[in-house]
Design a protein around this ligand. Sequence first.
Ligand SMILES: Nc1ncnc2c1ncn2[C@@H]1O[C@H](COP(=O)(O)OP(=O)(O)OP(=O)(O)O)[C@@H](O)[C@H]1O
Ligand SMILES: [Mg+2]
Length: 279
Amino acid sequence: MATEPLIIAGNLTIHSGVTSLVKQVSFTLGRERVALVGESGSGKSLTARSLMGLLAPGLHLQARQLQLAGRDALTLNEKRWNQLRGSELAMVMQDPKYALNPTRTIGWQVEEPLRLHQRLSRAERREKVTEMLAAVGLPQPTQLMTRYPHQLSGGMGQRVMLAIALIADPQFLIADEPTSALDHAMRDRVLALIHRLVEERNMGLLLISHDLQQVSEHCERVMVMYKGQLLDTLPAAELSRATHPYTRTLWSCRPGKATHGQMLPVLDRSALERELKHD
Ligand SMILES: Nc1ncnc2c1ncn2[C@@H]1O[C@H](COP(=O)(O)OP(=O)(O)OP(=O)(O)O)[C@@H](O)[C@H]1O
Ligand SMILES: [Mg+2]
């Protein structure tokens, strides 16, 4: 990796009771754009949420090492997690309908990370909110600030989520299927926007996606999960000539432009399991 690591996970395991849902996963992420792919239920979201200290109650994390922005995450208390979230690492979720607070205005919600993480005057905060809303391509920020989430379209909601995630200048963005609730045209635009902002701000990105075409266009590296394990890591440019059988299957099943955005076809699992055994 060309840059210093921002996230180091060593043998990350997530349990629910005696079941391990994520199994001994290790990776290092810097100021680069990395995709996390794999079929539904493979453990992508759990892995991402564990990097934000946001695992649901009942889930337990174990790791040999978990370093986030230079801090040892295994010893962080809730107060330190709160400092880290938003200021160093931020996350955008799949659906703004559920992630935004329906009872607060857009202005209040975009401003909140600044109230939590930075010492600025009210006027300075307002100015930053206005700039950030413009940076994510939302017109008429002053009007928008007084609106509520239900008054926004999906694409606007996701731009607001992005504004909330980026306003306190985090070093790393985790985006968990940030465009899957959007229509096709809007997907490309929001992803291109994320790509551009991450580059301009010299941040790292972990993009969770089902869309390998999108991944190959916007990411530099790809990590592939299957049943809670990290099976393969490769440069995105090598996806078309991947050597791992599972990665090859995912790539060959990717939706083309015509079927873009539809569900992945079902994989030939028995053939895959046979191949994996030969590995
Ligand atoms: N709170 C929980 N308690 C118990 N099991 C859970 C919990 N959350 C997730 N799981 C299970 O852990 C596994 C991994 O879930 P995860 O949400 O990480 O999958 P994913 O790869 O993000 O899938 P998708 O692509 O559908 O979003 C799944 O089998 C899921 O049912
Ligand atoms: Mg998920």
